[in-house]
Design a protein around this ligand. Structure first.
Ligand SMILES: [Ca+2]
Ligand SMILES: [Ca+2]
Length: 288
């Protein structure tokens, strides 16, 4: 009888520990990529999550001098697009597979030459060109002035946040819900130390989001069009964060008002303590 109780206790402990591991695994899954652009080594800059890295192309480098960067460095994008395709930018070694899953992308951007817009300078690009909705770009729209544009294959919308290309650092956050069409995407921007603006997307385009697997590209686009080069912006990108869920507006505002911070996660230590308390509690009940 005693042996049976001990076996049950052991099984219960194993189950609880396994649950703990599953729980912490899913919590760490929220923020899935974080490029601080603080340093480089051998032409690569590391993702602070996991072991991935981005290879720096000819149009980008790590800059450690620009004013008000977050941490020790930022990605300097030199405005020179010489390769047809994403190779001028910083390109990750691993593919991301999003398809129609929810996501949030946040980063900071600052122009090198205030009020001189890049052509189609692209801060972030992902996916491929295989079909409708498979590409995902966040960029300037130089054809319309210094504007912010979000674009997928088959849909795009240009907005006009005030002074987006001035000398200030600008926060950008883009959210995509599950199973979204283009009109469901929201984007927000705000100058450092200011107030975060409202959702800028007024598009009613119903193109489905179906981002194809591909590397993350910073400072260039996966687009390959001989007549539309100029995808490397002239400025700086800093503190890129990618979440595999749609953050709330309050969480986004927290990232905006605390540059370089990440959305807080429940403490793993706290969960471990809770799990141990449950194990001990179950043992105490058994032996009572
Ligand atoms: Ca940085
Ligand atoms: Ca290029």
């Amino acid at each position: 009888m005693k042996n049976k109780v001990m076996k049950e206790n052991r099984m219960r402990s194993v189950t609880l520990i396994f649950s703990f591991l599953l729980l912490t695994g899913s919590i760490h899954g929220a923020l899935i990529s974080h490029y601080t652009f603080d340093s480089e080594s051998g032409g690569q800059t590391s993702d602070s999550i996991g072991s991935s890295f981005a290879t720096l192309g000819g149009g980008v480098e790590i800059d450690t001098t620009v004013a008000d960067r977050i941490g020790s460095g930022a990605l300097r994008m030199n405005g020179s697009d010489s390769i047809n395709g994403p190779g001028d930018g910083a390109v990750t070694d691993n593919d991301f597979t999003w398809s129609n899953d929810a996501r949030t992308i946040t980063f900071w951007w600052r122009a090198e030459n205030p009020n001189v817009q890049s052509n189609w300078g692209t801060y972030f690009s992902n996916g491929d060109l295989s079909g409708s909705g498979t590409r995902f770009d966040i960029r300037e729209d130089g054809d319309s002035g210094a504007n912010l544009r979000v674009e997928v294959e088959g849909a795009g919308f240009t907005t006009d946040p005030a002074n987006f290309d001035d000398a200030n650092w600008h926060f950008v956050a883009v959210t995509v819900p599950d199973n979204a069409t283009f009109q469901d995407i929201a984007w927000y921007t705000g100058v450092r130390g200011g107030t975060l603006g409202a959702d800028l997307n007024a598009s009613s385009n119903s193109q489905a989001i179906a981002t194809a697997p591909g590397p993350l590209v910073f400072g260039d686009s996966i687009l390959q069009e001989a007549t539309k080069s100029g995808y490397v912006p002239n400025g700086y990108l800093d503190d890129f964060q990618l979440y595999d869920e749609m953050l709330s507006l309050a969480q986004i505002n927290d990232l905006y008002t605390n540059p370089g911070s990440v959305v807080p996660e429940p403490s793993s230590v706290g969960l471990l303590a809770l799990t141990l308390a449950m194990v001990l509690g179950s043992r105490r009940r058994r032996s009572a």
